[in-house]
Design a protein around this ligand. Structure first.
Ligand code: ADP
Ligand code: MG
Length: 232
């Protein structure tokens, strides 16, 4: 379980995250919603250690990881699917996935486990193609496979549906649901695509100008008019 307690973050003089608190339990999809520019990506970068926090704590299974480097956090069990995917376009699909296994022994990190290709069969078909040859949706699937390759306890996804065709969005939604239902992973999903988020949310947190303005159970999102809070 990942817990974020009252974290604050600044870019220069601007206060970007203000006492943000949330909990992402194992076996649940925890959705973070909010309009453009409210601090969603900044929050995820703070979780991953790409940006420092000024105050507050980030607890993984009760242990404060907020001073750890990004590499240490990956070793501790966090994995990140960044906004815009950031796959390596000149490396093959297989090489991209193997990068996600860098924390393991050389022996283990030399072969992509079959279950990853079972999750996204298209990546098996295209494993010798260059990442840059894939469609946007396929690249998103690759970025998710690369994150899963590290066998995370916490999977962090930043707008995985952005700019992606509907059929692949459905696939990605099914994968996220089944990963959560397996019960051994906490999932933090940042989304602007409201319907997708509502369908997957076990719990939700809404950010506005760097602050949490609403949170609750996924099943109460409609009743609480959450869509209005995030409509563009
Ligand atoms: N590197 C940066 N330097 C200064 N300001 C930034 C930087 N990155 C993002 N911001 C600002 O921080 C705020 C939050 O950005 P971001 O976390 O990317 O929002 P979101 O992901 O919710 O769209 C925005 O106002 C954005 O302009
Ligand atoms: Mg963002």
């Amino acid at each position: 379980m990942l817990e974020v307690n009252a974290i604050n973050q600044y870019y220069g003089g601007s206060h970007i995250l203000r006492d943000v608190t949330l909990a992402a339990p194992v076996g649940e999809c925890s959705v973070v919603l909010g309009r453009n520019g409210v601090g969603k990506t900044t929050l995820l970068k703070c979780l991953m250690g790409i940006l420092p926090i000024k105050s507050g704590e980030i607890l993984l299974n009760g242990k404060d990881i907020s001073k750890m480097t990004p590499e240490q956090r990956v070793r501790a069990g966090l994995a990140y699917v960044p906004q815009g995917r950031d796959i390596f376009s000149t490396l093959t699909v297989e090489e991209n996935i193997l990068i996600g296994m860098a924390k393991f022994s050389q022996r283990k990190a030399s072969k992509v486990p079959k279950h990853l290709y079972d999750i996204f069969p298209v990546l098996d078909e295209m494993k010798h193609r260059r990442g840059g040859d894939l469609s946007g949706g396929q690249q998103q699937q690759l970025a998710i496979a690369r994150a899963l390759a590290s066998e995370p306890q916490v999977l962090v996804l930043d707008e995985p549906t952005e700019g992606i065709q509907p059929s692949i969005i459905k696939d990605i939604g099914r994968v996220i649901r089944s990963l959560a239902d397996k019960g051994d992973m906490a999932i933090i999903l940042v989304e602007q695509f409201y319907e997708f988020a509502e369908e997957l949310a076990d719990n939700y947190t809404v950010l506005s100008r760097g602050q949490v303005v609403a949170h609750g159970s996924g099943c109460d999102m409609a009743k609480n008019n959450i869509q209005e809070l995030v409509a563009i």
